[in-house]
Design a protein around this ligand. Structure first.
Ligand code: ZN
Ligand code: ZN
Length: 136
């Protein structure tokens, strides 16, 4: 293992045991974000607009120097039933996912999850047929 990997491993551990508790103002919508409300030590997105910033190379390491805005592009549900938001960096295109937090805007989350159904790319009938075929 080279020195850089070793350092990264240490940093990761550091952020796992020392959650970042600094409040910050969302650069996208101006919402005052208080980490204490998240019910999670790894809040990295705004509970109001769900945007994130590209700060990590690996989750929690704060090693990226991109700092681009990360647009929420989707929602997925992990095997354990936990929801996560998929973010895509507007600057470099990196895609990452982040667990949702307790105080995330539920309407925004639902809007994100339902967005594909509101598009005209796939008709309602097609969606219904697919849902039926997946259930059987
Ligand atoms: Zn925001
Ligand atoms: Zn980026």
């Amino acid at each position: 293992m080279n020195r850089e990997n070793k350092k990264r491993k240490y940093d990761k551990k550091y952020f796992r045991t020392h959650p970042c508790m600094d409040p910050f103002t969302c650069k996208v919508c101006g919402w005052p974000v208080v980490p204490a409300g998240a019910g999670s030590s790894h809040r990295n997105h705004c509970p109001n607009c769900l945007y994130s910033l590209h700060l990590d190379r690996e989750p929690g390491d704060r090693a990226s120097d991109c700092h681009g805005r990360m647009e929420p592009i989707g929602v997925w549900v992990r095997k354990n039933g936990e929801w996560a938001i998929i973010h895509r960096c507007l600057r470099c295109g990196k895609i990452g996912s982040n667990r949702i937090a307790a105080d995330d805007n539920p309407m925004k989350l639902m809007a994100l999850a339902m967005r594909p159904f509101g598009s005209s790319a796939v008709s309602r009938e097609e969606i219904r047929d697919m849902t039926v075929s997946m259930e059987s």
